[in-house]
Design a binder for this molecule. Structure first.
Ligand SMILES: [Zn+2]
Ligand SMILES: [Zn+2]
Ligand SMILES: [Zn+2]
Length: 315
């Protein structure tokens, strides 16, 4: 293959003295050699000296900590959890990403990674910035940026600092074991979903409860989160029950589904089916029942009380 060179290159090279040429050549080759040596150094003992494996080996159980492959089990656990859809993943700057899996908090940059087990993670709110630069119009208001610092409470690792939108704070909080510290008494703006959940719970608690006639004391788990008990039932209360007939748009219909959802999940279901640009209409709107698709309104959501008479705890 013919290599085309500029006409001035050959005379310029021949005009250079041999020492200058050697100097330029060594400058050009040095980064490549350094990178190759660094990779070879990391690769010895199955990547034992790589910064990622050093970081993960901190969290290996003590009896296996000195085994060269001990970090691989931790890496595989993180890999499996990272593939799940319920992880929290958000870009915290132009080059770094924050990921919270089921049991790990990770900050990933172009050349670095920090990991802390969520069970040992203490998050402190250091301050807040009101995001006035975001010009996108939002009915929920511009989100607040919170300055957070996380620290491992059991191992000596570096702190992870990042900025997170206040809309995502409750999602991060749900994954943590240790409650978030707000030592500076920073006023955190609640996300639209959290504000709606508060109003939803308040409104539903004002509806008359309904007695559970199907269960004998043992309530089912919520099919949405599998952590709370299914404590709400859709029972039409807003108008006269219309069991037979066409489903008229804009009217609630009777629902015969057995209780399968907790109040929090029902609130999320209801909010997700509303016009996200018109949050002021949500309380007066309807959503389809998650199972039979019969429309229901907020007045039809009733707290379930067990047969024995003791009240089911509203989440
Ligand atoms: Zn639930
Ligand atoms: Zn239904
Ligand atoms: Zn209704």
């Amino acid at each position: 293959m013919m290599i085309q060179t500029q006409a001035w290159v050959v005379p310029w090279l021949s005009s250079l003295s041999s020492s200058v040429f050697a100097c330029l050549l060594s400058l050009a080759v040095a980064p490549v050699v350094t990178a190759a040596c660094t990779i070879a150094w990391w690769r010895r003992n199955n990547w034992r000296r790589h910064p990622f494996s050093k970081c993960l080996r901190l969290f290996v159980d003590t009896p296996h900590a000195n085994h060269p492959d001990s970090w691989i089990a931790v890496a595989m656990e993180i890999n499996i959890q990272y593939r799940r859809v319920d992880k929290l993943s958000t870009r915290t700057s132009s080059t770094t990403q924050l990921v919270a899996t089921d049991s790990w908090l990770l900050q990933v940059g172009p050349y670095s990674m920090a990991a802390i087990p969520l069970a040992d993670t203490l998050v402190v709110i250091e301050g807040a910035i009101n995001n006035t630069l975001d010009t996108r119009v939002s009915r929920a208001g511009n989100p607040q940026l919170l300055k957070l610092r996380t620290r491992c409470v059991t191992k000596k690792t570096g702190d992870i600092t990042f900025r997170l939108s206040s809309n995502l704070l409750s999602e991060l909080e749900r994954k943590l074991v240790i409650p978030i510290l707000n030592t500076g008494q920073v006023v955190v703006q609640k996300s639209l979903a959290d504000q709606f959940l508060e109003v939803f719970v308040k409104t539903v608690n004002q509806n008359p409860p309904v007695t559970d006639t199907l269960q004998d004391g043992s309530a089912d788990s919520c099919i949405g989160c599998m952590t709370e008990i299914a404590n709400v039932k859709l029972e039409r209360r807003c108008e006269m029950v219309e069991v037979v007939g066409e489903r008229a748009p804009g009217r609630c219909l009777a629902c015969s589904c057995r209780p399968m959802w907790c109040l929090t999940c029902m609130s999320k279901w209801f909010a997700a089916r509303q016009d996200q640009n018109e949050p002021e209409t949500w309380l007066s709107s309807r959503a389809p029942c998650p199972t039979c698709r019969s429309p229901f309104c907020l007045l039809d959501v009733r707290i379930l009380t067990p047969k024995s008479g003791s009240s089911a705890a509203a989440s």
